[in-house]
Design a protein. Structure first.
Length: 199
């Protein structure tokens, strides 16, 4: 795991992003240890299944991984008209989790769009992708994601998730934190000089 001595007492800031309805708010609610902050308003257009509200500011929650690492979780709005919030929330982040709903049109392109937007804040090795609804919508499959994202310059882990389940969200977060340890082992100089972000 990540070097605990380098983690600031306030914890590591992790951002959940991805398109509208991908499950950012759901994921933060599923995993947070205490209460969460949400900025939801009713969806003005057609409802998306059982989803009746959308984030217009941010989500916030906090959780502690099994190894004691505290994570401060921030969710972005998915709608492009609120994209001004993305760099605000991405600033100083340790890592980013991009969620996507596989039932939506061209979800791989959507993921690439969000990876592109957040890479300047965290670098390509601090991002993980969670794909939802693969059970009901198996295409594109995870291999297709990995191949197309690698072609776009993003060699990131891509994981099958149901963000309503805390265990799945915990897995995404654990993989993200573990990636920092890989950096640490293989790039000691880079790891030593990297920032130790807080919220
Ligand atoms: N059936 C099914 N529903 C899911 C799954 N994952 C998430 N959902 C549902 O999808 C919806 C996701 O909504 P939100 O969590 O509000 O999505 P969001 O990404 O925060 O959306 P915005 O804030 O509008 O950008 C919720 O109603 C979840 O219950 C899944 O794997 N299967
Ligand atoms: Mg939301």
């Amino acid at each position: 795991m990540v070097n605990l001595a380098q983690i600031p007492p306030a914890g590591l800031k992790v951002v959940f992003s991805g398109p509208m309805g991908a499950g950012k708010t759901t994921a933060i609610r599923a995993i947070s240890d205490g209460g969460t902050l949400s900025t939801e308003v009713p969806i003005s257009g057609e409802a998306m299944g059982d989803k009746v509200s959308t984030t217009v500011g941010l989500d916030h929650g906090e959780c502690r991984l099994d190894d004691g690492v505290t994570l401060k979780l921030f969710g972005t709005p998915g709608q492009e008209r609120f994209s001004f919030m993305w760099p605000i929330l991405g600033a100083g982040a340790f890592g980013v989790i991009v969620l996507v709903d596989n039932s939506q049109p061209d979800p791989v392109a959507a993921v690439a769009h969000y990876l592109q937007a957040f890479a300047p804040h965290v670098g390509p090795r601090r991002m993980v992708v969670g794909v939802g609804r693969l059970d009901s919508h198996p295409q594109p499959d995870l291999d297709t994601y990995c191949k197309r994202l690698a072609e776009a310059g993003f060699a990131v882990p891509v994981i099958d998730v149901d963000v309503r389940r805390a265990a799945d969200v915990r897995l995404l977060l654990s993989v993200l934190v573990s990636m920092a340890e890989v950096e640490h082992v293989h790039e000691p100089q880079a790891a030593a000089s990297e920032r130790t972000p807080t919220a």
